[in-house]
Every structure is written in structure tokens, then in C-alpha cells.
Design a protein around this ligand. Structure first.
Ligand code: MG
Length: 501
């Protein structure tokens, strides 16, 4: 039994109501991004805003706070019980600083902005989105002031996604990888067998065929259709509605099938984390992945470390050939290279494992500059394009393939992007630990039950704990060292210098 302390049990009993409202809001948010009629955006924003205010009221209830303060003084609390206090105290601290009016305004604005962004992107018209984006940056600037920070307003926002990480931490992280990634990319480009285009990128497919591929690949990954589902969204995402209802989405472009499959596997990785949380943590504040970076380390492990691995691709090659008939013209080697092209792309989510991080660095630097009032929102597209040129040597011709590509800003998620690179570099640390425990990954994946063995490792070492440990503590617990960028860089070097040799 994880929760023995009487006070903790009382807290958790009360928390169930809060959890229920949150899960219903999650369902409404899933609906907003999948099947909701367009005109409902404004109403949905109001409804979600009211739900958030109710959550705030329950969280800031005096009796509830008293219970938490009392429980904190209890002796002999175990890790789970301590985590309940840690998480609730942080949330109460944040909520107590944000006025109701602000919460409602934030919800209404971001809900309308998500629809506006979707239309602006479709019409390739930044001006349509501009007033919303201005408002959102004004709101997050206010939010940072409400929440407070030591050095930089960005710190207050980053803390919402990655506890105990600061602007400085990310600056140091990005400065330490920039040159190394650039050098590696240059080295790969000079390799004898380097190619930057692939005929498979031009191959068209029928959506129905690709759906079959996605479902069969998910089956290989032990996708649990009784606890999950796959739908379509303009920007793929995962939503955890309950421990037995974790939904994922993907997209179909009718050509270049790798884009659809990678998104499906990515979101599957997120869902696996949520589905594998210990059922004893159900309805508690511990029932969610511990941070955004940690979550992304799961999705990107499956998308990249597994999804682009030769042994895994060999496993799915026959089923891909069965449904995508154009593959009959190709050899397995083509299929493998197609998944492992290294080339600067306009679209972040379709980038390779190396140049991806320049997309994140761009967003990090631009968000920071806007918060520092060094860049006006009107000028943001210009800066975006300049950064693309500096870091990736390419310049977007449309807003769609530039500043309008991501949903995040429309959701008010500023400070979120850096966790993507953090998560990706963590995949290198997981890989290092897995290979210590289980042996070479390729050999594991070649086994009949290889996927199960790997999933069991993640469940036992990471998933089952939910939010029991902070990301920093969990990294140390699993890897016996602090965050380290070397394992991921080593993985990249070993894989790609060999591949194009
Ligand atoms: Mg993700």
C-alpha cells in the first residue's frame, strides 16, 4: 500500500474531485482538437475557463491547505506521500498567484487563438493570427510577473513545464551542443555515401492504406485498443483522460508516409508513459508523467531510437510493403536510409535527429527576445527566417512552413519548446542505461519479445512512478548521474558516421 498516512489519505480523497474536473477538461480539450464544430471554440473556451476557476477554488480551499501543511509535518512519510505534498504545494503556490480573471482570460484567449491559428495556417496568413499572438505574449508576460522569478521572466514560464530548470540552464545546455551538432552535420555531409533527398519522399499513398500501416505498427508496439485510440488532428498530440483512456492522434499528408508513421509512434510513446503508471496512483496528483522533458524523452525514444533503428525497421518492412504497394520497387536499404536522412527541414516535427535541435534553439531564443521586448510580434516572422538561415542555412518561403507551423504559441505554451531538446538528449541517457542492463539495443529489438522487454524496462524504471520523483531525481535514480549530453551525441556519431561512411 503506497498511501498509509491518514492525513495523506484524507488529502487524496478530497483531491479526487479536482482530478475528476481536470480529466473532464482533458476530454474537452481532446474534443476541441479533433471533432468539435468550429463555431464552438468561444463557448468551449468559456467552459474550460470556468472549470479551471473551479479547480483553483478547490485547490485553494483553506481546509485543504491546512491538511497539506499538517501532513507535511508528519514523520516517516514515504516517497509517494512526500510527492503528494510536493506537487500540491507547487500547484497551490502557482494558483494562489494567478487572479481568477487572468485564468479565465487566458483560457478564452488561447481557445480562440487555437482556431485562429488553424485557419491562419491553412490560409498561410500570419496577419490573421497576429492579434491573438500579441495578446498571448502580453498574457504570458503578465503571468511571469504574477508568478515571480529570480533572474528572468522566462524562468517563471519554464518552471511550469520543467521544474527546477532555468533560462540559464537551457542557455548552458544549448551553448554546449550548438557547435558539436553543427560540426557533426558538416562531417556527415562530407561522408562518401551522404544523400539529402530520397525518392520515397515523393511517393503518394492513400490515407486508408496508411491507416492500416499505422495500426499494424502500433500492434507490434503492443498498442492497447481497449485503453487507447488513434484519431486525426491538425497537430498530433496525446491526451490522458484516465488511466484506462489515453488517446493519441496522427496526421495524413497523402505523400511521404514517414511523416505519418513517425507522428503515430511519437504520440504512442507519450501514451505508453501514462498507461504504465502504477494503478495505485490513480486519481492522485502523481498520476501523470513527471515533467514535459521526461514525457518527451519517452515519445522521442520510440520515434527515433526505436523507430529509426535498423532492427525495428526490418520488423515493420513486410507490413509496410503489404499496404504501400510502391515499396515493392525499393530495397530494404532504401527504406532504412529514407527514415534516417539528415537534412535541414523547415518543419520541426519532420526534422532529423541532429538538425531538430536548431529548431528548438531558434524558438528558445525568439521567445526569450520577445519576453525581453527586444523583438515585436510583428517582427517575429522576420527573426524566425533569419534564425533559420543562420542555423539551418534555409529560409522558409511561407508562414505555414515557418512561424505558423506549431500549435504551441496559440495554446499559450511559451517556455515549452526547450523541454523537447532536453527530452531528446535524455533518450541518449536511457539508451546508455538500457544497454548496460539489457545489452545492445539492436540485439534486443531482434528478439521476438524485444519490444516487450524494452517496455518492461521503461515501466519498471520510469513509467510506474508517475510524478513521484522530479525529473532531476528520476534521471539520477535511473542513470546514477546528472543530466549529461554526451550519451546522445555519442549515439548520433556512432550511428550516422557509420551509415553514410
Ligand atoms: Mg511530444
Amino acid at each position: 500500500m503506497k498511501f498509509r498516512n491518514k492525513l495523506i489519505r484524507e488529502i487524496l480523497e478530497r483531491y479526487k474531485t479536482i482530478d475528476a474536473i481536470q480529466r473532464l477538461s482533458a476530454l474537452a480539450a481532446w474534443d476541441l482538437n479533433t471533432y468539435m464544430p468550429q463555431k464552438a471554440a468561444e463557448d468551449r473556451g468559456i467552459i474550460l475557463g470556468k472549470a479551471d476557476v473551479l479547480i483553483k477554488k478547490l485547490m485553494l480551499d483553506k481546509e485543504f491547505a491546512k491538511l497539506i501543511n499538517k501532513a507535511e509535518k508528519e514523520k516517516n512519510l514515504n516517497d509517494y506521500e512526500k510527492a503528494v505534498i510536493r506537487i500540491l504545494k507547487k500547484r497551490i503556490r502557482i494558483l494562489s498567484k494567478l487572479p481568477d480573471k487572468f485564468i479565465e482570460e487566458f483560457n478564452e484567449t488561447t481557445n480562440k487563438a487555437q482556431i485562429a491559428w488553424k485557419n491562419a495556417k491553412e490560409n498561410n496568413n500570419f496577419k490573421e493570427f497576429l492579434p491573438y499572438l500579441k495578446k498571448i505574449f502580453d498574457l504570458v508576460k503578465k503571468q511571469a510577473e504574477y508568478l515571480g522569478y529570480k533572474e528572468h521572466p522566462y524562468d517563471a514560464l519554464i518552471d511550469l513545464y520543467e521544474e527546477s530548470w532555468t533560462t540559464k540552464d537551457f542557455e548552458n545546455f544549448f551553448n554546449s551542443i550548438k557547435d558539436e551538432l553543427k560540426k557533426l552535420f558538416e562531417e556527415i555531409k562530407l561522408s562518401k555515401n551522404y544523400i539529402d533527398k530520397h525518392p520515397l519522399e515523393r511517393e503518394k499513398y492513400q490515407k486508408e492504406d496508411m491507416e492500416k500501416v499505422n495500426f499494424e505498427v502500433l500492434k507490434i508496439l503492443n498498442f492497447d485498443q481497449e485503453r487507447s485510440r488513434l484519431d486525426i488532428a491538425p497537430h498530433p498530440f496525446e491526451e490522458s483522460i484516465s488511466l484506462n483512456d489515453v488517446r493519441i492522434t496522427t496526421w495524413y499528408h497523402k505523400k511521404d508516409f514517414r511523416r505519418s508513421l513517425s507522428a503515430t509512434i511519437h504520440e504512442f510513446g507519450h501514451s505508453l508513459y501514462e498507461l504504465n503508471i502504477d494503478p495505485e496512483l490513480k486519481f492522485t496528483p502523481l498520476q501523470r508523467g513527471t515533467s514535459y522533458g521526461l514525457h518527451e524523452s519517452q515519445s522521442r525514444f520510440w520515434e527515433n531510437i526505436v523507430g529509426r533503428n535498423i532492427a525495428f525497421l526490418r520488423k515493420i518492412w513486410p507490413l509496410c510493403k503489404k499496404h504501400l504497394l510502391f515499396l515493392k520497387k525499393y530495397k530494404f536499404k532504401d527504406f532504412y536510409i529514407y527514415f534516417n536522412l539528415i537534412r535541414p527541414e523547415f518543419i520541426r516535427v519532420e526534422s532529423d535527429e541532429i538538425t531538430y535541435h536548431f529548431h528548438i534553439i531558434l524558438r528558445f531564443e525568439l521567445e526569450k527576445m520577445i519576453l525581453e521586448n527586444k523583438v515585436k510580434i510583428e517582427e517575429a516572422p522576420e527573426y524566425w527566417n533569419e534564425f533559420m538561415k543562420t542555423y539551418l542555412g534555409i529560409k522558409p518561403k511561407t508562414y505555414k512552413e515557418g512561424i505558423l507551423q506549431d500549435i504551441h504559441w496559440s495554446m499559450g505554451a511559451i517556455g515549452y519548446f526547450p523541454t523537447y531538446s532536453l527530452g531528446t538528449f535524455l533518450t541518449g541517457m536511457w539508451l546508455e542505461s538500457i544497454e548496460k542492463d539489457l545489452g545492445d539495443l539492436e540485439t534486443v529489438l531482434e528478439k521476438e519479445k524485444g519490444i516487450n522487454i524494452l517496455q518492461e524496462w521503461f515501466k519498471e524504471n520510469i513509467h510506474k512512478f508517475g510524478s513521484t520523483y522530479t525529473s532531476k531525481d528520476l534521471i539520477y535514480k535511473v542513470c546514477h548521474k546528472n543530466f549529461d549530453t554526451r550519451p546522445f551525441i555519442n549515439y548520433l556519431k556512432k550511428k550516422y558516421l557509420e551509415l553514410y561512411k
